[in-house]
Design a protein. Structure first.
Length: 306
């Protein structure tokens, strides 16, 4: 299972009732964060989640509301007695930006490893997460992310027995490693069924609608997408500053055939956002208004004949 927490839903600046947009995921003892603006530390504490197991922080881009909370986050993680390396992923320039921010967080008890995304899309496999970064359309270089938990096929006991593979080798094959026994090599595909449906979450802020967003969000269990503006008359502003409206996000969710949409990254001027949701749900019925601290547990689903 994969735990998801929408830490904050504000865009541009934190508000007393809205922290800046950030998401956190937990899987198998490891945590992953996407974006870390001001007040993200408070949002984590308020959610009751821990800083210590954060192994990966991904950044969509380097506007302040998405990264300015990093120095404080690093110091807090250090105070939590973290010693394991921390991996940061972001657009080109990440090493330079992090080095500048670390002027106020120079000494840490753990290593910080920076990975700069190369090209329009790149996939990383870390700590059980398969993370795909895909370029979107903002006024600076910006990426969305899909986070997937892959699920291998079932182990076929009958096939292993038919091949006379000793039981003490079964676990090795299940881990994806080959086995050599009595002069013969046995590979996982000999005893493992087809890959089963995993869990997929897509997170994207600060963009106009793009084909890359639709393609990468395809069939996501959860789609967390910016809805900077809800007022119909602000479409021109959304286009000018390269953001999305509630209705454009809903249309993207519909085209990507996702299971559920959470709107986030709201303009500071947006009040009573819930009043716009009936019109949003006419486009995509499974849309929800994102709220600070909103959580969900996503479980693996069983598929027929698998």
């Amino acid at each position: 299972m994969l735990d998801i927490c929408l830490l904050g839903t504000a865009g541009m600046m934190p508000l007393p009732y809205r922290y800046l947009t950030s998401m956190m995921a937990r899987y198998n003892g490891s945590s992953l964060m996407i974006d870390c603006g001001e007040a993200t530390q408070i949002a984590v504490k308020k959610a009751g989640w821990s800083f210590h197991p954060i192994d990966i922080i991904c950044f969509t881009h380097y506007h302040a509301d998405h990264i300015s909370g990093l120095p404080g986050m690093l110091l807090t993680m250090g105070n939590a007695e973290r010693t394991q390396p921390l991996t940061l992923i972001g657009p080109k320039g990440l090493t330079r930006v992090v080095s500048a921010l670390r002027v106020i967080a120079p000494e840490l008890p753990f290593e910080v490893q920076c990975i700069e995304i190369a090209g329009t899309t790149q996939t990383f496999s870390l700590h059980g997460y398969e993370i795909t970064a895909f370029q979107v359309n903002h006024n600076v270089l910006c990426y969305g992310y899909t986070v997937e938990i892959k699920r291998q096929g079932r182990f076929c006991v009958e096939q292993a027995q038919a091949l006379s593979i000793p039981k003490n080798y079964w676990g090795i094959l299940q881990k994806g490693e080959q086995v050599q026994y009595e002069g013969r090599v046995y590979t996982p595909d000999m005893v493992m069924g087809p890959q089963r449906k995993g869990i997929k979450v897509t997170y994207c802020t600060d963009t106009r609608p793009t084909e890359s967003l639709i393609q990468n969000a395809d069939n996501s269990d959860l789609f967390i997408c910016e809805g900077m503006y809800a007022e119909k008359e602000k479409l021109a502003k959304a286009k000018q500053y390269k953001h999305m409206t509630f209705y454009e996000a809903a249309q993207a969710a519909k085209e990507a055939n996702v299971q559920e949409l959470w709107l986030t990254h709201f303009s500071p001027s947006l009040v009573h956002a819930e009043e716009y949701m009936p019109k949003v749900r006419k486009i995509f019925p499974h849309a929800q208004l994102g709220k600070d601290g909103k959580m969900v547990v996503l479980n693996f689903t069983e598929e027929a004949n698998v």
